[in-house]
Design a protein around this ligand. Structure first.
Ligand SMILES: [Zn+2]
Ligand SMILES: [Zn+2]
Length: 292
């Protein structure tokens, strides 16, 4: 099986309305592209901060600017009008763990993708509210970032650790010198203790950094810590569903990963990697599209 769980049905622009993008026709465009690429298992995980209920968790000005939609209407739409799994991409907000848990547990998600986009109030991957304007060194920001990733895993709030080395977004600028495993190490105890799935995301290949998230060395350490893998594209438009999966599958094969996480009702099982044929049949050989 192949999966794509970290999907957004709409672009990140504030005026991208649910009326236009949360429609059966749009969901069908994602499903069709997935089918062409041999991906049988699809789920949607819109950003939590697009929903008014997220302001119960955090009132960052960025969240206040974007919180416009109703979370329960989103859940109803995905469940009743699409055949996609129901997920959400939720930020880890230290100190707001209880409020985050309350919001998540009140809905019947299939999985929750946990992200670290902010260190305190500073954004890791945006020009607005950027943590990089704080005067701190890349060394210090990377350290704080991976510590926070470890805490997010340990919080137990999430099923999937999204884009685990997002802090490299601005690379090669803002990337510390030397062996980066000294940073990755800071996240590994949390990953090992929580049993969280680690996302392999092709989104980084569509950014200036032009690398898969996470780096092979991070993934190797996470596998050593016992983490299973969740595979996603973080697409924000239909044509990016399953984008560059050949490269992700090559990385997984190189590291000896033969199974992917499949989620339903926040329970997880592992399925052998393999593309399905366009008519929906599962292929028998592992590797699938892009396999060698
Ligand atoms: Zn994200
Ligand atoms: Zn995302």
């Amino acid at each position: 099986m192949l999966t794509d769980y970290h999907l957004h049905l709409r672009p990140d622009e504030r005026d991208a309305s649910t009326a236009e993008y949360h429609s059966q026709a749009n969901a069908q465009r994602y499903r069709e592209r997935a089918q062409q690429r041999g991906i049988a298992e699809l789920g949607v995980s819109e950003h939590i901060y697009r929903f008014t209920q997220a302001l119960e968790i955090w009132r960052h000005p960025f969240w206040e600017r974007f919180a416009a939609d109703d979370l329960d209407e989103y859940c109803r739409f995905v469940r009743e009008e699409t055949d996609l799994r129901l997920g959400i991409e939720a930020d880890f907000v230290p100190g707001a763990e209880d409020r985050t848990a309350n919001l998540l547990e009140a809905r019947d998600f299939d999985y929750v993708v946990g992200s670290v986009h902010f260190l305190r109030d500073g954004a890791v991957d945006m020009d607005d509210y950027s943590v990089w304007d704080s005067g701190r060194s890349a060394e210090e920001i990377w350290r704080r970032y991976f510590q926070t990733v470890g805490e997010s895993a340990r919080s137990g709030l999430f099923d999937i650790l999204a884009h685990p080395d997002l802090v490299k977004y601005w690379s090669p600028a803002r990337r510390p010198e030397g062996d980066l495993r000294r940073f990755y190490e800071l996240a590994m105890d949390g990953i090992a203790e929580s049993g969280i799935a680690v996302e392999v995301s092709t989104a980084g290949l569509r950014k200036d950094v032009n690398e898969i998230y996470p780096a092979p060395a991070f993934l190797a350490m996470a596998l050593e810590a016992g983490a299973p893998v969740a595979l996603s594209s973080d697409a924000h438009r239909p044509q990016d569903v399953g984008a560059d999966y050949a490269r992700a599958l090559e990385l997984l094969e190189d590291l000896g990963v033969g199974e992917l996480c499949v989620f339903e009702g926040r329970a997880r099982r592992l399925e052998p990697i393999g593309a399905s044929s366009p008519d929906g049949e599962q292929a028998t050989s592992a590797g699938g599209e892009g396999g060698r």
